[in-house]
Write a protein of this length. Structure first.
Length: 135
């Protein structure tokens, strides 16, 4: 059986005394669409930020496909850090607030990561972006 696209188990994250995530589990299969709904301040963004380790969980397990990270006491091992880079290169993440560049076209924004993070040549990156922009 293939691994789920995303598997999160027992995720904990506190900011000081503020225990925001207290043992979150979530599994997503390839192509599955999941809405995460919670009151403002309940940890929606924190949970999403923990998947690519933009926020390091205190404990728990995050697996994106075959890539697995298990922080210990909020610390990533050297191997975890390498895995986090691999996960980030594969994962799309749209930030909540406005963090895009006003001076770039949509196409330029879309090809930025494939060119600079994945090392794709510009022309194939543009072709791929154009193809996915179809109706
Ligand atoms: N870097 C941080 N340092 C300290 N506290 C933080 C940090 N990030 C988030 N928090 C706190 O963690 C809690 C959850 O924040 P989070 O941003 O995940 O909320 P949210 O559910 O995404 O809210 P909203 O729906 O308003 O975006 C809040 O109490 C917030 O103040
Ligand atoms: Mg948020």
């Amino acid at each position: 059986m293939t691994a789920p696209a995303l598997s999160v188990t027992g995720l904990h994250k506190s900011f000081g005394a503020n225990a925001v995530l207290r043992g979150i589990d979530l599994q997503a299969q390839d192509g599955e669409v999941i809405s995460l709904i919670g009151a403002s301040g309940s940890g929606n963004s924190t949970f999403l930020r923990c998947i690519p380790m933009l926020e390091v969980p205190d404990s728990g397990r995050v697996a994106v496909g075959e890539q697995v990270i298990e922080p210990q006491n909020g610390i990533l091992s050297r191997r975890d850090k390498v895995t986090a880079r691999t996960i980030r290169s594969e994962l799309g993440f749209v930030f909540q607030s406005f963090n895009l560049w006003p001076h770039r076209t949509v196409l330029e924004k879309v090809i930025e990561a494939p060119i600079h993070l994945q090392g794709r040549p510009p022309r194939p990156a543009v072709r791929r972006a154009d193809k996915r922009a179809g109706p």
